[in-house]
Design a protein around this ligand. Structure first.
Ligand code: NAP
Length: 243
């Protein structure tokens, strides 16, 4: 059975992506989250309401031992199932001017995004390489494309994700694994709930924030057979913000 692992799927973009992959592709969804068990259960309930199925898989993406323990144990208990789709979505922001940025805010943002991508992808890709099939979608950001003041840590983390996407895509293309990035602009979620939407939307040509569902539809396309020849790309989804 084909499965999709979506990191950070308890809320926001990850939840919408998890539900959409179940709906569009009939994938069995592994709903990863860090601490928010209740929210993750709601994601699973939505997947089931949509006619799909899956299970929760709690681990902190930045801790290698947790990632390996959780995924290796799951694989041992689920012979015959194959994680053919990986969406590296888990991410956080800790905004502030670089001059006063605490070291921890730099490390946490970098580690969850970039070390998280390394830990989860290196584990999941082994089976994809053996099966000569796989789809990896990394959630980057407009901040990683253009750099945003007050987000030096986040811009660095997302820029690294974009470069890693392009490099890894070239390494695994022969094995029919595609690796792409999606770079959203402002999307309504917990991450953006404290931003001044009325002020910010004035700089968005479409004059609104995006919806998690709109990002989910794009990820679903990249995972589909129709996107088989797209790899190493970064697809912007930002309502027209120049990047
Ligand atoms: P969100 O609503 O804050 O949700 C973050 C998700 O990541 C939650 O499921 C959270 O799990 C999980 N997570 C955080 N740290 C984790 C860790 N160490 N290990 C595993 N999971 C972890 O954020 P969002 O807006 O949906 O953002 C999702 C992704 O899109 C992020 O990579 C973000 O950078 C990117 N993005 C968002 C926007 C936007 O405007 N919203 C724009 C561009 C890019 P818990 O619930 O357990 O905490």
């Amino acid at each position: 059975m084909n499965c999709a692992l979506v990191t950070g799927a308890s809320r926001g973009l990850g939840r919408a992506i998890a539900v959409q992959l179940a709906k569009d592709h009939g994938l069995y969804i592994l709903v990863n989250y860090a601490t928010n068990h209740e929210a993750a259960q709601e994601t699973l309930a939505e997947i089931r309401q949509a006619g799909g199925d899956g299970e929760l898989l709690q681990f902190n993406v930045q801790t290698r031992s947790e990632v390996d323990h959780s995924l290796n144990q799951w694989r041992e208990q689920n012979e015959g199932k194959f994680i053919g789709v990986l969406v590296n979505n888990a991410g956080i922001t800790r905004d502030g001017l670089f001059m006063w940025m605490p070291e921890k805010d730099w490390d946490d943002v970098m580690n969850i995004s970039t070390k998280g991508l390394f830990n989860v992808t290196q584990n999941a890709i082994q089976q994809m390489l053996r099966k000569r099939s796989g789809r990896i979608v990394n959630i980057a950001s407009v901040s990683g494309m253009k750099g945003v003041a007050g987000q030096t840590n986040y811009s660095a983390a997302k820029g690294a994700i974009i470069s890693a996407t392009k490099a890894l895509a070239q390494e695994v293309a022969k094995r029919k694994i595609t690796v792409n990035a999606v770079a959203p602009g402002f999307i309504t979620s917990d991450m953006t709930k404290d931003l001044n939407e009325d002020e910010l939307k004035q700089m968005i040509p479409m004059n609104r924030f995006g919806k998690p569902q709109e990002v989910a539809d794009l990820v679903s396309f990249l995972v589909s057979d129709k996107a088989a020849y797209i790899t190493g790309e970064v697809i912007n989804i930002n309502g027209g913000i120049y990047s």
